[in-house]
Design a protein around this ligand. Sequence first.
Ligand code: DGY
Length: 322
Amino acid sequence: MKEKIFLTRTLHDFALKELKKKFQVEVHTGKIPIPQTTLKSKIKQVDGLICFPYDKINKKVIESAKNLKVISTYSVGYDHIDTKFAKDRKIRVGYTPEVLTDATADMAFALMIDSLRRISEGERIIRKGKWKQIYGAYDYVGLDLQGKTLGIIGLGRIGKTLAKRAKAFDMKIIYHNRNQASKTKEKKLGVKYATFNKLITESDIISIHVPHTNETNQMFNMKIFRKMKNTAFLINTSRGKVVNEEDLAVALKQKIIAGAGLDVFETEPISKNHPFTKLENIVLAPHVGSSTKETRIKMAEITIKNLILGINNKKPIYSIGY
Ligand code: DGY
């Protein structure tokens, strides 16, 4: 008898084909994200689960599973999974780091260039038929990246890759991380360690690269925005909940900070009436950090490999805990 697997939404055709050769495959085709009741009932009899960042794989869901051996998420983030409880139940958890590092660092860099050079703002002006002034000394003036101080919060894979890009743009790079990197690594990357306080007060641009945990929840709030330079920009491609959105909207409106570029939000998708959509000094992207054709294919490959390994009682290529 083939093992049963369940996908909370569809994946690339090649991945489904591969999975169908080995397993009995069921793909959820209804509402996205999958409702908790459906998820709880579907997970009951399956051996493997493929899930996505918006699915809540909490204790209650995991408790419903009787035969589950592996949860394989199509993401680097795993804050949607109760990994501790899964481990207690001896259920392996696979995820997809590394393959999306470049794409996500590119996205952070793109948001940074867009924010400083006001590309999206200009696009909105043109589309609304409001492009009147041309080439004036003060018209649509942005800022140079060269010489600016970039503060990277979290020097993991993506933070380091962003540093490489920033170095090529002649930026000064400081970082804050739980552990300071070795002097050799710092030198190679061209980065300097800073305390959190020094980083937020001295950076012209701050880019967030930490996971969402109890420790990082709403790490960026009004208290922090008030300490930042009023000419500074905030870039977030990690998780929305690391930022207090209500405070950020006020900080942008009152020019407590100069601008922001966001790919992630507290609750996604945001509605057209969200306070951010009323502001000109913010660039908004629909959570597409890893969303390139090449990267998404690699993510699918890792996702299915992780699942196959887990079903065969082996450790996934990238696994949380065990
Ligand atoms: C992830 O993989 O966690 C990213 O947020 C997707 O872009």
